[in-house]
Design a binder for this molecule. Structure first.
Ligand code: FE
Ligand code: FE
Ligand code: MG
Length: 168
């Protein structure tokens, strides 16, 4: 950890590390939710949805890496015990118990909407106080906004297709 790099952080660094570890826990749970969703999903448009879920899983794992790197720079330790993810998470974990493609998309859209709110709050929290963390959070937020849009586009295509089948 760099002493000057930490000294320029104009906020309670311990508290910041705590907040980053909450987001870090979210990212691991989001990663697994996408990863297992891609394995179990069933129904029309399955191939397109699997490709999207797999891509998003990789993005969430990359987000976890970005947050871990920042936590370490700040002199903290990323959560070492997975059981803690459940205690620290902002957005929780939705097991894809219903593997139908619409149910999986709905769950992940809900997750992304929570992630967008979480990172928007983190942007406000770090604005003018920690530009390095702010920049990382902004990059992650841009990805989460893209994730939500991708999933909603897949859902729209799916609903159009289902309605065509019903003759609507
Ligand atoms: Fe993420
Ligand atoms: Fe995401
Ligand atoms: Mg995508």
């Amino acid at each position: 950890m760099g002493t000057k790099g930490i000294a320029i952080v104009d906020m309670d660094v311990k508290k910041l590390i705590g907040v980053l570890n909450k987001a870090f826990s979210d990212e691991w749970l989001a990663y697994y939710q996408y990863w297992i969703g891609a394995k179990v999903v069933k129904g029309p448009m399955k191939e397109a949805v699997i490709a999207e879920l797999t891509e998003h899983a990789a993005d969430e794992l990359r987000h976890a890496d970005m947050l871990a790197t920042r936590i370490l720079q700040l002199g903290g330790t990323p959560v070492t015990e997975p059981k803690e993810w459940y205690k620290l998470t902002n957005c929780g974990y939705d097991a894809p118990e219903d593997p139908f493609v619409k149910a999986v998309l709905d769950q992940n859209i809900k997750g992304e909407q929570c992630a967008i709110m979480t990172y928007k709050n983190l942007l406000n929290y770090t604005l003018n106080k920690d530009p390095v963390t702010y920049n990382i959070v902004l990059q992650i937020l841009q990805d989460e906004v893209e994730h939500e849009e991708d999933l909603q586009a897949d859902l729209e295509d799916l609903l159009t297709m289902l309605n065509v089948h019903k003759g609507k």
